[in-house]
Ligand binder design. Structure first.
Ligand SMILES: Nc1ncnc2c1ncn2[C@@H]1O[C@H](COP(=O)(O)OP(=O)(O)OP(=O)(O)O)[C@@H](O)[C@H]1O
Ligand SMILES: Nc1ncnc2c1ncn2[C@@H]1O[C@H](COP(=O)(O)OP(=O)(O)OP(=O)(O)O)[C@@H](O)[C@H]1O
Ligand SMILES: [Mg+2]
Ligand SMILES: [Mg+2]
Lengths: 255, 255
């Protein structure tokens, strides 16, 4: 069984896509078999690995609406050692289409058809607690929460935690918080240090030791359609995401 | 008739809330009568002006579902010279509830009941092109687009522009782009300069001359529940938003 992780936070711009793309590529570099699932109509994760979202034959939306299988829609990115289940604007239609009963388990069922092909599946979520994010939480064993160390992001985490608890109490009893990842971290910034201390006080070991610093190479890499370990492997951003992959692999599997 | 502006961009974390709160307070400082509408379930704009979203008697969701009027739900913030129509988690229910036919004009009708009380109404939108954002675009005469000068934000602007065109072609023929505001701008960053040049090439005069720099005081102010002109009036962030208010007031009214 692959480890399936939802990379989620309804606060916008906290580094969900950057984390999904770069952690996927870093895990791929450690010879794990990885599927990156783009569940956001913005299609940022798709573009971030060099796939043109305007030229898709099938997308994740087709899979969620039952018009294609994951095997048909996924695209191999051998240069980055991962496959991607791409997204485009159509994904908005999937959000509406899934509202019916039982729609919450659609992604989980679809990913089960390719479970034997992967060691990790990472799901990049949109910035909302919509039906798409619920699908991702229902399909996952863990939630990775990227978190900018600023007030609005900290303020929103309780809503996310209570959504996770609701999903655990209903459709996915095994759902855990895999970890909280501090992103775009600037140690010279008092606010960031204060928020970071609050996170550790509240969440303890659930806060990853790895911290991703603010590093412009992470913002530049997507304009070349490359994960940062391909774009600039010696950058602090690349090193941080490789360290995160190492930290995740080094953890004892949660029984 | 007040000038009603939707502050919108489906890309997350580009400074929609920071712009809504601080432009509203800056316009208030010029003795204009201002209503700040929080249309995001995160309730960030509500907290940003010091109103506890956990203690609301009525919220914007009640207004949209017809359970309260704007006059009942709005809260005066005299120290910041503005009123706020607050939001909390319930707003997610409004997004679902408005899906029915004719739901797109609900906010427009609600704001018309208080039109005589204000010179400006600013609507802080959530990071999605959902029914709530459609309501804001249907109710507004202009769209203010905060924009981080980075690849994913630039990449997403075409989807927003086409949504604006669709709304203009159907339910709101008068809808214009009020302007594109460059936020969190770091002039030392090549990527920011390149994206900024592309914006000016594409949008010309629609790009505000005022640029909001990255300034930590803007990120600190919300943790005190204050707009930045109250928290640190001499900061570069405060000066930028006062300049933006001036630039907007100085423009000839679009006939
Ligand atoms: N550590 C970092 N250093 C510098 N820039 C970063 C870093 N992480 C992300 N960025 C940039 O910040 C912006 C926001 O990141 P990203 O798009 O990954 O966030 P997101 O949570 O996926 O946003 P959304 O809510 O829109 O999905 C992007 O332009 C990205 O390139
Ligand atoms: N010019 C700036 N300088 C420094 N920090 C800023 C600036 N503008 C916004 N911020 C901070 O960046 C983060 C994102 O800004 P904000 O929350 O206003 O964006 P948003 O577009 O409203 O996000 P969302 O998509 O979640 O609604 C916040 O923590 C905010 O305090
Ligand atoms: Mg994203
Ligand atoms: Mg916001």
């Amino acid at each position: 069984m692959p480890k399936i992780l939802a990379v989620a936070n309804q606060k916008g711009g906290v580094g969900k896509t950057t984390t999904s793309v770069n952690l996927a590529a870093s895990l791929g570099a450690t010879k794990r078999r990885v599927l990156l699932v783009d569940l956001d109509a913005q299609g940022n994760a798709t573009m971030g690995v060099g796939v043109d979202k305007g030229e898709l034959e099938f997308s994740g939306c087709d899979v969620l609406l039952g018009d294609a299988t994951v095997a048909q829609a996924r695209i191999a990115c051998p240069e980055y050692k991962l496959d991607v289940l791409p997204a485009n604007d159509d994904m908005t239609a999937a959000d509406v289409g899934l509202k019916g009963s039982g729609g919450q388990l659609t992604l989980k069922k679809a990913l089960a058809t390719v479970a034997d092909d992967y060691d990790f599946i990472l799901i990049d979520c949109p910035p909302s607690l919509s039906m798409l994010t619920v699908n991702a939480l229902a399909a996952s064993s863990g939630v990775l929460i990227p978190m900018q160390c600023e007030y609005y992001a900290l303020e929103g985490i309780s809503a996310l935690v209570s959504t996770i608890q609701q999903i655990r109490g209903s459709i996915n009893p095994g759902l855990q918080i895999e970890g909280i990842l501090r992103t775009m971290y600037d140690p010279r910034n008092n606010l960031a240090r204060q928020v970071s201390e609050e996170l550790i006080a509240h969440f303890g070991d659930k806060v990853f030791r790895t911290i991703v610093p603010r590093n412009v190479r992470l913002a530049e890499a997507p304009s070349y359609g490359q994960p940062v370990i391909a774009y600039d492997p010696r950058s602090t951003g690349a090193i941080a995401y490789l360290a995160l992959a190492g930290e995740m692999l080094g953890r004892k599997p949660v029984k």
